[in-house]
Design a protein around this ligand. Structure first.
Ligand code: UP5
Ligand code: MG
Length: 190
């Protein structure tokens, strides 16, 4: 994988900040392959893999699945895609995820797209999503918010210090958010 030198953008933001929604828009306009770590983990549960029960329990508690499990799924999906440009959505979620991904893949992200959204807005969106996600109930949502603040925000701070964060105000209508996203992905004329 490292020899192929893939280009990676990490797409981060709290639960319900709109990562998946905006990634779908980015794919249409900018030809990236979208890899949602959460979607890959949910597919792994459905496939009946030996890790399935462990993953399911962790997602129900809003906890972060061990890095090696998530990184294996991401690497496999990257290789199978045949593409060399990826949006990695919802990963890395803690410092350990970040360091392990870098050590295993030798890939540094080009930049980090960060959807900044107030909790009240995210909570409202998650409670009305109605897609049968086992973590879209108020108890689990509160746990997800806490894990985001305690473990995931420090990753964003790490990349901020490296000048790699592109922050988007996410509490706006989907189309307006995408207008701001487009600016980040459109190459600037010299
Ligand atoms: N919506 C979106 N944008 C909107 C807008 N601008 N205005 C109004 N509504 C908007 O959007 C959520 C909902 O809001 C949708 O109904 C959408 O239509 C609407 P979505 O685009 O799905 O937001 P997203 O940020 O993708 O929310 P998601 O719930 O997927 O975020 P999470 O980060 O919580 O979920 P994820 O799937 O990444 O992870 C789930 C769990 O998996 C984690 O809690 C963890 O337990 C586990 N996990 C790991 O352990 N490791 C990983 O690396 C990844 C996940
Ligand atoms: Mg998502």
């Amino acid at each position: 994988l490292a020899e192929k030198k893939p280009r990676v953008v990490f797409v981060l933001g709290g639960p319900g900040s709109g990562k998946g929604t905006q990634c779908a828009n980015i794919v249409e306009h900018f030809h990236y392959t979208h890899l949602s770590a959460g979607d890959l983990l949910r597919a792994e549960i459905k496939s009946g893999s030996e890790n399935g029960t462990m993953i399911q329990n962790m997602i129900k508690e809003g906890k972060i699945v061990p890095s090696e499990v998530t990184i294996k799924l991401l690497e496999k999906a990257m290789l199978e895609s045949g593409n060399d440009k990826f949006l990695i959505d919802g990963f890395p979620r803690n410092e350990e995820n970040r360091a392990a991904f870098e050590a295993v893949t030798k890939i540094e992200p080009e930049f980090v797209l960060f959807f900044n959204c107030p909790e009240e807005e995210m909570e409202k969106r998650l409670l009305s999503r109605n897609q049968g996600r086992e973590d879209d109930n108020i108890e689990t949502i509160r746990k997800r918010f806490k894990v985001f603040l305690d473990s995931s925000l420090p990753v964003i701070e790490y990349y901020k210090a490296k000048g790699k964060v592109r922050e988007i105000e996410a509490a706006k209508p989907i189309g307006e958010v995408f207008e701001a996203v487009k600016v980040v992905f459109t190459p600037k004329a010299e």
